[in-house]
Design a protein. Structure first.
Length: 498
């Protein structure tokens, strides 16, 4: 049954949305949070295990120092207070993919508390997202339901469990209720998630690939009549795993809740899930704040003591943060806001930077990655990074153009050759014998023929009307199979019409 929805514009006029995001980031440590089991994506099921990740009796957890250091770095990037003493707690619940029947998390003494993140919106405004905490916890395993439709538990005849992921370190970043977002709530959530992704990548603490589940978010949404009212009842949409999904979830929940509230109904405090196919959220389990996980300090783990000196050490290792880096590169490249936004939207910042480092001009690098190569990536349905061409290749093509060895047309053919797996640009050029014809008799002959075939154009050129020059260049290009240098052709033509 389709749910009633209010038009988005009306809903945000009538109500004030409040959102909250709980973001899980899977850390890219080589081993698990409490045992030395190695972690690789895509390993054979149940091969990355120790007695600790299976929760076998008598096994004891020992905390992974790298994971704690990663958490501290993230805390610093989010302007959090880093607790001198933090503590792991047991969050008790039964779930078949968690063999201990409790998750080890942090409760009242998280490692990072009380921070914020400034995110940049489409129009350049900065919105400050307040952060409640960023705590360390371990992940559960993975259930696979077999025999039903699309891996759903409904209709399945049996289920399998893979404990490879059980015990992988996560950081959960919890925002305070985000107020004042108004109709931009979806955009702010999307920008926030992308900013988190960029930060964890810059810190090199997570692969941060949403499609591989390295990052996922629980999306809380509530409405109230006015910003001076207390918070309304929220819904919590679990495990949304794409940026678009998060934006769409918020939009949908605002529309759904507005329709209910405006008819005098009540919002259930429940968990929901985002269904990508129908672009809707669907109700799940009704949840109250009284959900009792019987948290208590894990007696198997000592408290974490993080000294001021250690925090200073971590600070010294902090790389440049993404927003500062973007601003610096924008200046160095001489791009305006719009150009920079195009680069970011194309997810081409790293590629551009590497291409410039390899010797290309910023505008040359941008021309290829945002033009020809973006089209190719789109057609193939892959990301720019997945194209079989490197920043060094692109820089080499640019150099061949600058040296007058390739014109635009040949450069495009060279890039096509690289993409087709024919080798580096140099190799492609040699293989096809690409060469700009700029100074030999062949070019002059081709010009003579083009002029002789177009007496009317010659008349125009002689009278100072240069518009038809392109037609002559085109004719010469055809005659030389695209190998003519347009500048050289122009020069020869000018010499002949004097
Ligand atoms: P739980 O762990 O049960 O989901 P939390 O107290 O950790 O509950 O809150 C989850 C998230 O929801 C946080 O980001 C919080 O800021 C946000 N939140 C809390 N109350 C509301 C509300 N009324 N409307 C929107 N977001 C809320
Ligand atoms: Mg929650």
């Amino acid at each position: 049954m389709a749910e009633k929805l209010m038009k988005y514009a009306d809903a945000v006029k009538k109500f004030d949305p409040v959102i909250g995001l709980e973001t899980h980031v899977e850390l890219s440590t080589t081993t698990k949070l409490f045992c030395p089991a190695e972690v690789h994506f895509g390993g054979e099921p149940n091969t990355q295990l120790t007695p600790v990740s299976l929760g076998l009796p008598g096994s004891l957890p020992v905390v992974n120092k790298t994971a704690v250091d990663y958490a501290i770095k993230l805390g610093l990037a989010l302007h959090c207070e880093i607790a001198e003493w933090s503590q792991f707690a047991r969050k008790n619940y039964f779930y078949p993919d968690m063999p201990r029947d409790y998750q080890i998390s942090q409760y009242d003494k998280p490692t990072n508390g009380n921070g914020y993140l400034d995110v940049e919106l489409e129009d350049g405004t900065i919105f400050r997202v307040p952060i409640e905490r960023a705590h360390i916890e371990d992940d559960a395993g993975k259930n696979t339901h077999v025999g039903g439709a699309d891996g759903r538990i409904e209709g399945a005849d049996h289920s399998l469990v893979d404990y490879n992921r059980a015990g992988v370190p996560l950081i959960e970043i919890v925002t305070k209720p985000i107020e004042g977002a108004g109709d931009r709530a979806p955009e702010i959530a999307g920008a926030y998630m992308r900013a988190i992704r960029d930060i964890v990548r810059a810190l090199n603490i997570s692969h941060a690939r949403m499609e591989q589940g390295n990052m996922r978010a629980d999306v809380n949404v509530s409405l109230r009549n006015s910003p001076s009212d207390p918070f309304g009842t929220r819904s919590e949409t679990k495990n949304v795993n794409s940026f678009r999904g998060i934006e769409k979830t918020i939009q949908y929940e605002i529309r759904r809740q507005a329709a209910i509230l405006s008819e005098g109904g009540e919002i259930l405090q429940e968990t929901r899930h985002w269904d990508e196919a129908s672009q809707t959220t669907a109700g799940g389990r009704v949840k109250s704040d009284a959900d009792d996980y019987r948290y208590f300090p894990d007696p198997d783990l000592v408290m974490l003591h993080i000294t001021k000196e250690h925090i200073e050490e971590m600070k010294a290792q902090m790389p440049e943060m993404p927003r500062e880096r973007r601003n610096r590169l924008k200046g160095e490249w001489g791009f305006n806001d719009l150009e920079m936004r195009d680069v970011l939207n194309a997810d081409a910042l790293d590629l551009l930077e590497d291409t410039v480092k390899a010797g290309a001009s910023a505008s040359g690098a941008k021309k290829w990655w945002l033009g020809e190569l973006s089209r190719e990536a789109n057609n193939k349905g892959v990301s720019l990074e997945e194209l079989p061409i490197t920043p060094a290749d692109v820089a080499e093509v640019e150099k061949l153009i600058a040296d007058g060895k390739l014109n635009d047309k040949l450069a495009k053919q060279t890039v096509a050759g690289v993409l087709a797996g024919e080798g580096t640009p140099d190799e492609v050029v040699k293989k096809h014998g690409f060469q700009v014809v700029s100074d030999d008799g062949a070019l002059e002959k081709a010009v003579d023929e083009a002029l002789a075939a177009n007496p009317d154009i010659v008349e125009k050129l002689k009278s100072g009307n240069m518009k038809p020059m392109g037609a002559i260049i085109g004719a010469v290009m055809r005659a030389t199979r695209g190998q003519a240098d347009a500048k050289a052709v122009t020069k020869i033509v000018m010499g002949k019409i004097k």
